[in-house]
Design a protein around this ligand. Structure first.
Ligand SMILES: C[S@@+](CC[C@H](N)C(=O)[O-])C[C@H]1O[C@@H](n2cnc3c(N)ncnc32)[C@H](O)[C@@H]1O
Length: 218
C-alpha cells in the first residue's frame, strides 16, 4: 500500500474543513506520511494520527514516503488523463507540495512522537467520542481490491464510535472514477445505524472523485 504525504491544503479541500473544524479534536486515520497533523496543530487543532506503519521509525517512513512520491510521479506522467490538474497545476508542483508535507510529517513525528499512534482499523485504542472529527483519506474505497465491504463497515462503525463525525475521501478505488457498489453499501450503513451523506467537495485530483462521505452514529 502507498504511504502518501498529503498536505493540510489538500485535507482542507478533500474534507471541506472550516477553521471551526480545525479548532477541535481530530483523528487522522490513516495518517501515513501526511503533513496534516503537524500543520493543523499550528491552527489550534489537537490532532492524533494513526497508522500501522508507525511501528517503523521516522527515517524509514520518510524513505517510504519518498518512494511513494516517486511512484506517484511516474504513474501521473504515464496516466495524465486519470487526473485533473487544477489543485496541482503540474507534476512538479505535486512533487513540491507532497515533499514539503512529508518533511513536515518527519520533523513533527521526531519532535512529538505522542501525536502518532500505531494502530489499525477496525480496532482503535480510543474512548467513545474521544474526537470531534475523524478523517480518512485514501484508505477506505481506495483499496477495495484488498479490503472488502465487511472491513469497510467495521471500520466506519469504529471511526464513528471514537469520533462524533467521520469524513471519508475519496469514494472510488484507485484508477476508477466511481464505485458502483456505493448505493448498496450506504444501505448496509443505514441498517447498521450509521447516518451517511455523500457531499460534494471543492477538490478533484483523481478524475471523477470530488465527493466525500460524512458519517455518524444515529
Ligand atoms: C495512501 S496512504 C494515505 C495516507 C494519508 N491519509 C494521506 O492521504 O496522505 C494509506 C495508509 O493507510 C495505512 N493503512 C493500511 N491499512 C490500514 C488499516 N487497517 N488501518 C489504518 N491504516 C491503514 C497504510 O499504512 C498507509 O499509510
Amino acid at each position: 500500500m502507498l504511504v502518501s504525504s498529503r498536505s493540510l491544503g489538500e485535507y482542507r479541500r478533500m474534507f471541506g474543513l472550516t477553521d471551526a473544524d480545525l479548532s477541535g479534536t481530530i483523528l487522522d486515520c490513516p495518517g501515513g506520511c501526511a503533513g496534516f497533523a503537524a500543520e493543523a496543530t499550528e491552527f489550534g487543532a489537537r490532532v492524533v494520527a494513526v497508522d500501522p506503519e508507525y511501528a517503523t521509525d521516522t527515517a524509514t517512513m520518510r524513505e517510504q514516503g519518498l518512494r511513494t512520491l516517486q511512484r506517484g510521479m511516474a504513474y501521473h506522467l504515464e496516466h495524465p488523463d486519470e487526473y485533473v490538474w487544477t489543485y496541482f497545476t503540474d507534476v512538479e508542483q505535486y512533487q513540491a507540495e507532497r515533499t514539503q508535507a512529508l518533511e513536515r510529517f518527519a520533523a513533527d513525528r521526531a519532535a512529538h512522537p505522542e501525536r502518532y499512534v500505531t494502530a489499525l482499523l477496525p480496532d482503535l485504542p480510543f474512548q467513545d467520542r474521544e474526537f470531534d472529527l475523524a478523517l480518512t483519506s485514501h484508505l477506505l474505497f481506495s483499496y477495495l481490491d484488498r479490503l472488502d465491504e465487511d472491513f469497510h463497515l467495521a471500520a466506519i462503525v469504529e471511526l464513528t464510535r471514537v469520533a462524533r463525525q467521520a469524513r471519508i475521501f475519496p469514494l472510488a478505488p484507485m484508477g476508477s472514477q466511481s464505485y458502483d457498489g456505493l448505493p448498496k453499501f450506504l444501505e448496509r450503513l443505514a441498517a447498521a445505524g450509521i447516518d451517511a451523506e455523500v457531499k460534494a467537495v471543492d477538490y478533484e485530483f483523481q478524475r471523477g472523485c470530488n465527493e466525500m462521505l460524512v458519517v455518524s452514529q444515529g
